[in-house]
Design a protein around this ligand. Sequence first.
Ligand SMILES: NC(=O)C1=CN([C@@H]2O[C@H](COP(=O)(O)OP(=O)(O)OC[C@H]3O[C@@H](n4cnc5c(N)ncnc54)[C@H](OP(=O)(O)O)[C@@H]3O)[C@@H](O)[C@H]2O)C=CC1
Ligand SMILES: N[C@@H](C=O)C(=O)O
Length: 270
Amino acid sequence: MVLNCYENDYEHMNTYALITGASQGLGKYLAVELAKRKYNLLLVARSVQALEAVKKEIVRTHNITLTILVLDLSAIDASTKLRDFCVTESLEISVLVNNAGFGLWGSFERLSMVDQQNMINLNISTLTSLTYHILPFLIKNKRSYILQIASTAAYQPVPSLAVYAASKAYVLSLSRSLHHELKSKGVRVTCLCPGPMETGFSDRAGMQALAHLTEKYNMNPEIVAQKAIKEMFSGKIEVVPGVMNKIQRFGDWLFPKYMTERIAANLYKK
Ligand SMILES: NC(=O)C1=CN([C@@H]2O[C@H](COP(=O)(O)OP(=O)(O)OC[C@H]3O[C@@H](n4cnc5c(N)ncnc54)[C@H](OP(=O)(O)O)[C@@H]3O)[C@@H](O)[C@H]2O)C=CC1
Ligand SMILES: N[C@@H](C=O)C(=O)O
């Protein structure tokens, strides 16, 4: 099945969508959605086997070129390495999806500072510098797209996910500013703010003990990816998938901060 990205416009043929964190979870389904629209793909993550498996699955059903790159994106020089790879391989990038990210559940004081720093490096530093370094590729095209993955945690502080929630508030704020800055250059920036999804996120965050809570509200990442890509191509600035997440966002806007923070503190208490 071939889906049109922008109405009957195939100028993007032979250009690439660069997706970080595409070896599993949401990133994998975002890759599938872009393959359906005939984008070639550059998929980046750390696990070579998982990336190879995603590649096999996608090229079996979609006639596109798919390149994988194994890279730890929490390393300080990751974004320049990735930019250099695109230059060396002469890849024309017209879509950037900053999806790689992780959270850590626990008190700020007890979590390892090294782990929290790695989270800041990945969720904030690399997302920012990769956007910066890939921008010249994007601006070359008549129309390009950036999809940044934040979270509903961007809308309010979350005690016990303190650094993670703060990192996602940063992503949302940066994305909204860039949406306005880059519109006139033909680059549309969209920020996706999902709530809990059925992915590897909870395990990596060490949130297994909260399964009773997250499982009730978990969304299917495939459905979230479909919505995200559709809204990205429509040029939407911010996307909150799912009714429960929209209600949470409305509550964050409506109720006093102290109240929503106390509720979050109780829900996420370790
Ligand atoms: N699932 C959820 O409940 C929610 C998730 N989100 C956000 O969605 C995004 C996708 O996460 P999700 O799919 O859920 O989680 P997963 O853990 O399933 O996937 C994370 C992806 O990021 C990659 N990744 C992690 N660390 C690195 C690194 N250092 N370098 C390169 N790649 C890395 C992983 O690949 P590998 O391990 O191979 O490196 C994997 O492909 C994240 O930004 C997350 O914060 C937002 C709201 C809710
Ligand atoms: N699963 C978390 C991701 O950000 C959340 O609780 O929203």
